[in-house]
Design a protein around this ligand. Structure first.
Ligand SMILES: C[S@@+](CC[C@H](N)C(=O)[O-])C[C@H]1O[C@@H](n2cnc3c(N)ncnc32)[C@H](O)[C@@H]1O
Length: 259
């Protein structure tokens, strides 16, 4: 993978910033720039920065954790050779796609909301995805809906992309409905979004999905990565099997809309 000559500097603040408030300084060719760590468009433009920041410096291991749990459950269900047709939602520059490719896959499609992610996936991991779409799952047109349905996905994977103004609940539910019944669903989410203090709507939405439409096979709390000040950021990685589509989507979203 290509990488650039830059210097990555962490702020010398003792304040504990929330995950989406964190920032770093990147010095490149005599210029220095402050980048918010959730400004993925800026991060993906600099080859190697995403991996350097989140994986090497902050110890993120979520693609491995989520994909290993999926592989474990597939093995237990004796479905390792099912021929996965994977929808990698919030695909970024393809780290999860690369990991998923190690399994028996018939199709891997990446979707992200920003074009910089698609460009970076092509640059950093060419050939990993059969297709990659820049799309907003809250607002698909009829042609996009048809195109996504025609993939006949049997697996939804979404890593490090729910909450924090990233993938909203409605987009996650729309993605869920694109997966075949009895398909695999594997994702992770920050632990606090599953508590009473959640303001993203995910707690109520996921609890209803788990009650009605998803059979949870494994739920593991683990350290997703460290914060810039070194604290562990804990997430739940969840793997399950889809039971059925969610047909009362708007009721579920309203019940989870706590903002
Ligand atoms: C932390 S990155 C994770 C990328 C990849 N899954 C990984 O684990 O390396 C979060 C990704 O979610 C994408 N994202 C945020 N909001 C989204 C949305 N509404 N729909 C699709 N992708 C979204 C971002 O653009 C970004 O690429």
């Amino acid at each position: 993978m290509e990488s650039c000559n830059y210097e990555l500097i962490f702020p010398k603040t003792k304040d504990e910033l929330d995950q989406d408030q964190e920032w770093v300084i990147v010095k490149e060719e005599g210029c220095q720039k402050k980048i918010m760590v959730h400004d993925y468009d800026e991060i993906y433009k600099i080859p190697g920065l995403y991996e350097d920041l989140f994986y090497k410096r902050l110890g993120c291991d979520s693609p491995n954790v989520v994909c290993e749990m999926l592989a474990e459950e597939m093995k237990k269900a004796d479905e390792t050779d099912v021929g996965l047709r994977v929808f990698d939602f919030g695909a970024g520059n393809g780290i999860v796609g690369e990991r998923i490719r190690e399994m028996d896959c018939d199709l891997v499609v990446g979707v992200d909301i920003i074009p910089e992610a698609k460009d970076a996936a092509r640059r950093d991991r060419p050939g990993i995805y059969d297709d990659y779409h820049v799309a907003d799952l809250t607002d698909l047109n009829d042609q996009e809906k048809r195109q996504f349905r025609d993939y006949n996905f049997n697996t939804l994977v979404t890593v490090a992309a729910l909450g924090f103004n990233d993938i909203p609940t409605v987009a996650f539910l729309n993605a869920f409905n694109l997966i075949d019944e009895d398909g695999w669903v594997a994702f992770n989410i920050r632990d606090k979004f599953l508590t009473e203090n959640d303001h993203t709507g995910y707690r109520q939405v996921l609890s209803q999905v788990m009650d009605d439409s998803l059979d949870i096979l494994q739920d593991r709390r683990y350290c997703h990565r460290r914060s810039l000040s070194g604290d562990e950021l804990c997430y739940h990685a969840i793997v399950g099997k889809k039971v059925n589509d969610i047909d009362n989507l708007s009721d579920i979203i309203l019940s989870g809309d706590t903002d």
